[in-house]
Design a protein. Sequence first.
Length: 99
Amino acid sequence: MSERKEAFMRLLIGIISGITMAVWKWLVYVFIILNLFYTLIKGKRSKELSNLSEVWNTQWYIFWRYMIFLSNRRPFPIGHLEKNISKHDLRPAHRFKKK
């Protein structure tokens, strides 16, 4: 795929993934509040709510790496749903070529 077509695909994927990530962000805010009250009542944090928030955090990171052309790994919902950032490959997917 040419660089121009790839940039156009990133624009389309960015719109779709961006809307998905923005809606998901509001759910994470609800998770934060629920986890706060859960912790205050039970005296311990909810691991499940924390893990759901971590999935969003990982996807947000992958989304922005893709949008700034640092990685070719497509973000959710187009790409795979990565669940943990520590398992994500942090190296760039390609080297920039000198012209």
